[in-house]
Design a protein around this ligand. Structure first.
Ligand SMILES: [Mg+2]
Length: 406
């Protein structure tokens, strides 16, 4: 696949289309990747530009909106106010926690399809991780002081409401360039998360949760495959404990349901449709849309993400393809084909951040996609979030002017 670098066709398609919907990932797209998620930053002008799109823009992220680690706190810091975002509707509307946590631009949160028992167990997960994480550190780094262990625990264990997470980056810092040691860290923490998943079975919650591995190498038997570090690629940097059904492609259906509902007054999949009602595979999702959404109501969808992977297995000569943005971008592409409106798939190269990712400037599309990949990228922002944000602000302004001419 050749790299496409002209924004002209992109702008033309977006500006000439009456009915559009942006569905955009956050981290690595409009927020540069950082090792410590608590230091994430969001450009104020980007937030204001997103507002110009009104209902034509929504986010789809595996992070969360609310809580101390939530993107809402980043917005408040960026605007230097805890009142303005609510009053002026400047929170980023859309789905967080991989399709579970919905919010409008005033920060009103809703989440449906989750039981009290599941929420309860999720709140226990960080407490289950803590002693196991400490044991692993003591084994791998026997001379580490308790104070330092506590520090690593505090930044590695993310106590989020719907998606408690273990992040590997702070332990990767300790082992530096030693990729073999990074693999040991990945194996240990992956085993630990599997152990916690097994605990669910005793609580009669065996069908409730799964591990979301970022980035991953696709799935085998419904389980995501960890991507081990190599000399040139850091591989998996975090594992999230998620509700089953919480996948970004199901989130696309929830967002479409809301978008069309607002536009036409009727939600095509029903008033209370949530991520757990979604068909499971791509083919069924497309058929589901086809059944309930008429062509005239289907928008041109612009899908934007930064995490897709492709790795050639040299023995079997086949590719393992994964990445947390792959499923939702594939669905958007498939819907574009089905409805013949050629949805746009945009890739942002996030390798300029603090987290190591393959760079399209250095190694082309290696590690990201391949010739045989059915996911085709319509445009690549090679200069990362900075270039994307600049374009996003321009296109938001141009569209706003066209829409508000009279
Ligand atoms: Mg991302």
């Amino acid at each position: 696949m050749s790299l496409k670098t002209s924004k002209l066709f992109l702008n033309k398609k977006i500006l000439e289309n009456e009915n559009i919907l942006f569905i955009q990932d956050l981290d690595g797209v409009c927020i540069p990747l950082v090792k410590d998620p608590m230091t994430r930053k969001l450009n104020k002008d980007y937030i204001l530009a997103a507002k110009l799109f009104k209902n034509e823009f929504c986010v789809l992220t595996c992070g969360e909106h609310e809580g101390e680690r939530g993107v809402n706190r980043i917005i408040e810091r960026s605007l230097n106010s805890t009142i303005d975002p609510k009053k002026k509707g400047l929170y980023l509307q859309g789905l967080a926690a991989c399709g579970v946590e919905f919010q409008d631009n005033k920060g009103n949160i809703s989440f449906e399809g989750i039981s009290e028992k599941e929420l309860d167990f999720l709140s226990q997960v960080p407490l289950l991780i803590k002693p196991r994480f400490e044991n692993i550190i003591k084994r791998l780094f026997p001379y580490m002081e308790q104070k330092t262990i506590d520090y690593h625990a505090s930044i590695s264990i993310c106590k989020t409401k719907f998606s408690p997470t273990i992040n590997f980056n702070s332990l990767f810092e300790i082992v530096g360039n030693n990729w073999e040691k990074r693999v040991i860290v990945q194996k240990e923490l992956h085993n630990m998360m599997n152990e916690i998943i097994n605990i669910c079975e005793y609580e009669n919650l065996s069908n409730s949760f799964f591990l979301h591995i970022s980035p991953n190498l696709g799935k085998i038997n419904e389980k995501e495959i960890i991507k081990y570090s190599t000399q040139n690629d850091i591989g998996t940097t975090d594992i999230q404990f998620l509700l089953k059904g919480a996948v970004k492609d199901s989130g696309v259906l929830v967002l479409l349901n809301n978008f069309i509902g607002k536009k036409t007054g009727t939600k095509p999949f029903g008033q209370n449709f949530n991520f757990r009602d979604s068909p499971k595979n791509l083919k069924d999702k497309v058929a589901f849309c086809k059944k309930y959404i008429q062509k005239k109501d289907m928008p041109l969808i612009i899908g934007i993400g930064d995490t897709i992977t492709s790795q050639k297995n040299s023995e079997e000569k086949i590719y393992s393809r994964g990445g947390s943005d792959r499923s939702f971008l594939e669905l958007i592409q498939a819907l574009g084909k089905e409805y013949n409106n050629k949805n746009l798939i945009i890739f942002v190269d996030s390798s300029s951040g603090e987290v190591f990712r393959p760079s399209t400037k250095k190694t082309g599309l290696e590690g990201i996609t391949d010739k045989e990949d059915y996911l085709k990228l319509d445009f690549i922002f090679q200069n990362g979030p900075k270039e994307y944000i600049k374009w996003f602000m321009e296109i938001a302004n141009q569209r706003y002017l066209i829409k508000n001419k009279n």
